[in-house]
Design a protein around this ligand. Structure first.
Ligand SMILES: Cc1cc2nc3c(=O)[nH]c(=O)nc-3n(C[C@H](O)[C@H](O)[C@H](O)COP(=O)(O)OP(=O)(O)OC[C@H]3O[C@@H](n4cnc5c(N)ncnc54)[C@H](O)[C@@H]3O)c2cc1C
Ligand code: FES
Length: 258
């Protein structure tokens, strides 16, 4: 069920350059189901900025009714969000969208998880859920540079983890594909979230594999009413377009034009 409600800031901390980890508490957490779902956040009590900002759910704790997001404070909205302090209220709409299906891979099998930049956060809850099911995750995480790398240790605790930086300041130099070329493809399913060119490269690299891709399209309403997030589909779909907010943000590989 989608709900709108006030949630309280439990903790906010900077974990890398301009990257913040924000934990909120409230009973809306009880409705969060799939990894890869997102929330739509009002970053200010003022009229401006009017539009909410979509941020992925990075981890969920139903017992404490807390969830965590990781975001880059880049533009006006996310910078305002980064100024929230412990005890502040945040207006949250969610959980939104359809996330990653974890039941596509069986216990004992491997799953490949590929993230790029601010596409990495939803993969953390996904990886935790896969490990709970007895699946072996392999993480390949790409960042611009060493100063914006986050959650390396947390992912390592869950499974094999490769870090890539575009400038070579940490881990392997280049793009996630540079690491993927060196790995065997004995995984059952791949899951990915990040920039569209990265998603396109994965589809090209693994045409025969089952894959699930999460798209970070610009959004307005977040609930399927405004058409701001529409993407064209391929001939594999019997509709011409999908709305990323309500039909996605996760789609099987090959159905959205990349
Ligand atoms: C489903 C989904 C999940 C996301 N998860 C995360 C996450 O976990 N962590 C994170 O850091 N970012 C995430 N993003 C991207 C994040 O929403 C944008 O970076 C953010 O909205 C930018 O807002 P701003 O105020 O900083 O920038 P501004 O430039 O001030 O934003 C102006 C407008 O553009 C939109 N916008 C700008 N950049 C993006 C973008 N890349 N994607 C979508 N809308 C954009 C904003 O929503 C706003 O309406 C996600 C986006 C989507 C669609
Ligand atoms: S953001 Fe309004 S329809 Fe998707």
């Amino acid at each position: 069920m989608i709900r709108q409600g006030q949630m309280q800031v439990v903790n906010q901390q900077q974990i890398a350059t301009n990257i913040f980890e924000l934990t909120l508490i409230g009973d809306l957490v009880l409705d969060m189901k799939q990894p890869g779902q997102f929330v739509h956040i009002r970053v200010s009590d003022q009229l401006e900025p009017l539009l909410r900002r979509p941020i992925s759910i990075s981890s969920i704790d139903k017992e404490t009714q807390e969830f965590t997001m990781i975001y880059r404070a880049d533009g006006r909205g996310t910078t305002l969000l980064s100024e929230k302090k412990q005890g502040d209220q945040v207006d949250v709409l969610g959980p939104l969208g359809n996330g990653f299906p974890v039941d596509k891979v069986e216990a004992g099998q491997k799953a490949l998880l590929v993230g790029g930049g601010i596409g990495v956060p939803p993969l953390y809850e996904l990886s935790k859920r896969l490990v709970e099911r007895g699946v072996q995750p392999i993480h390949v995480l790409g960042f611009q540079s060493k100063d914006v790398v986050f959650y390396e240790k947390q992912f390592q605790e869950l499974g094999e983890t490769h870090i890539v930086t575009a400038d070579g300041s940490y881990g392997t130099k280049g793009f996630v594909t540079n690491v993927l070329e060196t790995l065997t493809d004995d995984f059952a399913v791949y899951y990915s979230c990040g920039p569209t060119p990265m998603l396109a490269a994965l589809e090209k690299m693994y045409p025969e594999k089952e894959g699930y891709l999460s798209f970070e399209q610009r959004m307005g309403c977040g609930i399927g009413a405004c058409f701001a997030c529409v993407c064209d589909t391929t001939e594999k779909m019997d509709v011409d377009y999908v709305k990323v907010c309500s039909d996605g943000p996760v789609f099987p590989s090959g159905v959205v034009q990349v």
